[in-house]
Design a protein around this ligand. Sequence first.
Ligand code: HEC
Length: 134
Amino acid sequence: MKLRSWLSVMAVALTVFTVQAQEMTEEAIKERIKPVGSVNIAGAEAQAASGNGGARSGEVVYNAACVACHGAGVLGAPKLHAAADWQPRLDARSLDGLWQNALNGFNAMPPRGTCGNCSDDEIKAAIEYMIEGI
Ligand code: HEC
């Protein structure tokens, strides 16, 4: 009887410990992913490329936040540097109209392309990069 209750206490303690250890690991992973993806690499590249006080270049923002859909045209997203995809939109709304839609979301296009830490100007730079040379 005594041994049994001791065992159940140990079982509960182990469970609690395991759950806590898992939570800490997830937190640690999130912390590790965040600076690498969004600040350190992207920010450093952008500063090197543009030198404009820390704003990321359009290319860096595109590769971090837009390529997943705009690279292959997922869900009908206009593709990188594809005039046939972009020109009709530019004719209809001009760059400012596209910019507003990118900030606010537009059909399957999520607001800011889900880039929560992108400034308005960084979103604009990413659009300018996507339509460059069309
Ligand atoms: C989850 C997929 C997805 C991501 C990520 C995404 N887009 Fe889009 N985007 C779309 C889709 C789909 C459309 C086409 C919407 C339509 O015309 O119905 C679109 C359209 C646009 C348009 C055209 C809007 C217009 O008025 O015609 C712009 C500009 C744009 N995206 C910018 C961006 C930028 C900048 C990023 C990255 C910061 C980004 N998108 C990330 C899916 C995405």
